[in-house]
Design a binder for this molecule. Sequence first.
Ligand code: URA
Length: 314
Amino acid sequence: MAPLEKGVLGKGLAIAETLRLNEHVNAEQKIKVARFLDLGIAALKSGYRNALYDYHFSDDPAPSSAAGKKTGCSAADIAAEIVSCSGCRLGKTRNRAVPGEGSEHPLVLVLGEGPGAEEDATGRPFVGPAGQLLDRMLASICLFREKNCFIANTVKCRPPGNRDPEFQEIRACAPFLIRQIEVLKPRLILAVGKVAANRLLHAGPGQNGDEESPPEPIGRLRGRFFDFAFPGSRGDSYPLSSAGDSGIRILATYHPSALLRDDSLKIPVFEDLKKLMLRLAALDEGYRQESRALMAKYAAKDPVFAAGAEEFLS
Ligand code: URA
């Protein structure tokens, strides 16, 4: 392929020309072109920055270290991009971006909404009061951020005044989240709160370019397992990632901040966490062993849970 000119228009014209001249464009190439076109649309709609995502073609010269960073990247590489990102207006008001932290091979990716004041000051996710409660929630089912979880947010920079992140902000940050999921390969994603659940389930505002669609209330999404689909596999027009069955499951529950405001939500959240515990025990032998004692304790108090846990405790 001839070297592409710099700039969106030059790249678009060069790709269109390549397609015109080439009768045998394969699926991989088509996906790359579709991503590129979506990038252009996103740029026009929301100021999405080209620097957030890079494109590589099989007949490109061997990638330089900078380009290679974006294809074969690690969680640390993505974090480095996040901290220097100014792809939406949150980049102008944040103190520190918050890429996320935890195991590089997590069983569970825990996904929140966006950093609050403490997270913005420290650059670490979920370190304020909601974060301390989250750690206790996770520990109640043998999950720990430093051991078998990765904790991240839907948007990586603090929305001023802790408002909900907006359509353009969620959209601009989406490539980072998708790449984190690709690299971390969690078995399961625990979405805490409406924003994370809607983002992952490709519903609500900011999804599919539909600014108007209302979010699904978390009360309707929580407590059920869903399959995570990478953008592209459900007709989603995001400029990123691969299509196909990811093999990753999603469970949504209430956000710990909601629990701090309303104590009564602790009961349904604990029910959701116990479901998560059983699912993880079915998926992972190591987790099954580690959680055995806790599982036996819960089974002694809860006959429904005991029935589910029977096969792991016998
Ligand atoms: N709330 C979130 O959703 N994320 C954080 O990191 C902290 C509070």
